[in-house]
Ligand binder design. Structure first.
Ligand SMILES: [Zn+2]
Length: 404
């Protein structure tokens, strides 16, 4: 199983340094709360920290007695600040079968599906984690950590650690629990002499109760750079350079987001988004209305997809700005469309590009709110095209009063 050590955390050098200092000192706090945007590596960092804390060759590790069937002892390396990757404990924690490593995470699905079946969400998630180095946790918006998961954990906590000098409990997305689960968690964190190291993660810090937050040392992870995301996409996921530039630019610094989207062929999506503008540019209200209805899937298209249509337009306009400001082609996201960009940049000044970007920002906010999607798209596209398409036929955009 490919395992990321603390030293190998992608784009989080400060977090890596801090956690390795903790491991090297052998003095752990009761609980750490890793927070930051979704998809930047909090779960990976939490597991790397857990594995390091359980390794036989870090300060504070339990002395291991040689068992009858153990291989002859290898020379013991000097105590380190990271999982050694070679000891018995590291082998087990890499496979997620170390008895003192507990991993709790959010799952979707009915209680029965999650718990019982061999194909259930929990078994499936562990398999994914073991086998796929690019595994991404995915679940419904309203999914949560279930009662049976925290109850099972509670039973485990009654015992002393089995093999290591401490037990490590990683709770992913700890903001997805119920009130009574939080009070159990709080009690467990505060238990004196419990030999348990808690490593919690959240991308919604404000939803974690203040009582929990105040008991944890907080560790903040930052959004990843586009270069870091592109590196993984191209090197490990076999994504082409052009698609990875688009995916990284659309990812908002989230590797998980880029990985989940890597199947969609973003350049085709981009072309579709840009094609939407054509009828608006011609001033053809009927054709624009038809295109908008299709893009909105007659009400069935998700808001997430509509947001991406707008985001593609934003990326295009930002490339126009870059060209207006004299950036080289290396800095463009749409390097496969340089000729079209140059032609448009030649006739569109920076102020006009910024005006269009403001229109798009407004549309993104509108899509998140309770608006009529087709009307929003219609008025957004005609305003971006700089035309007053169908002005008499359709109500003006709600924000049209704030002339931009
Ligand atoms: Zn080790």
């Amino acid at each position: 199983m490919p395992v990321v050590p603390l030293a190998g955390l992608l784009g989080q050098s400060e977090v890596s340094r801090f956690l390795r200092q903790v491991v090297a000192s052998g003095r752990y706090g009761n609980a750490y709360l890793l927070h930051g945007p979704a998809g930047v590596g909090k779960g990976t960092a939490a597991l790397a920290f857990a594995r390091a804390a359980l390794c036989d060759h870090v300060p504070g590790a339990a002395p291991r007695e040689a068992g009858l069937f153990d291989a002859p002892a290898l020379p013991i390396p000097a105590p380190g600040d990271d999982a050694c990757g070679a000891c018995e404990a590291c082998r087990k924690s890499a496979q997620l079968i170390h008895p003192d490593l507990k991993l709790v995470f959010t799952v979707s699905g009915s209680e029965k599906d999650v718990q019982d079946s061999e194909e259930g969400a929990i078994v499936g998630t562990f398999d994914g984690l073991r086998q796929d180095p690019l595994f991404v946790f995915q679940y419904d918006k309203a999914a949560s950590i279930r009662m049976f998961q925290t109850r099972a954990l509670q039973r485990e906590l009654a015992y002393r650690p089995f093999e290591a000098s401490r037990r490590v409990v990683v709770v992913r997305d700890c903001d997805r629990m119920r009130e009574d689960q939080y009070s159990t968690l709080l009690k467990a964190i505060e238990e004196p002499g419990a030999n348990t190291l808690w490593v919690l993660t959240t991308s919604r810090l404000a939803r974690v109760p203040a009582t929990i937050r105040s008991r944890c040392q907080r560790v903040r992870l930052m959004p990843l750079t586009e270069a870091a995301i592109r590196g993984v996409l191209e090197r490990d996921a076999g994504v082409s350079a052009q698609e990875s530039r688009l995916l990284a630019a659309l990812s908002n610094g989230s590797l998980a987001h880029a990985l989940v989207q890597r199947g969609v062929q973003p350049s085709l999506e981009r072309d579709a988004a840009m094609a939407l503008l054509e009828p608006a540019r011609r001033g053809d209200a009927t054709a624009l209305w038809k295109a908008v209805q299709q893009a909105a899937g007659f009400g069935r298209t998700s808001r997430e997809k509509l947001r991406r249509l707008i985001e593609h337009q934003q990326l295009w306009l930002r490339d126009l700005l870059r060209l207006r400001y004299g950036a080289s082609e290396d800095h463009l996201v749409h390097r496969d469309r340089v000729a079209a960009l140059r032609a448009e940049a030649a006739v569109t000044d920076a102020q006009e590009v910024r005006r269009r970007l403001l229109v798009l920002e407004e549309a993104i906010r509108a899509i998140d709110g309770n608006v009529s999607v087709d009307l929003t798209l219609f008025s957004t596209l005609s305003r971006v095209a700089g035309r007053r398409v169908g002005e008499r036929a359709w109500p003006p955009h709600a924000a049209g009063r704030a002339a931009v």
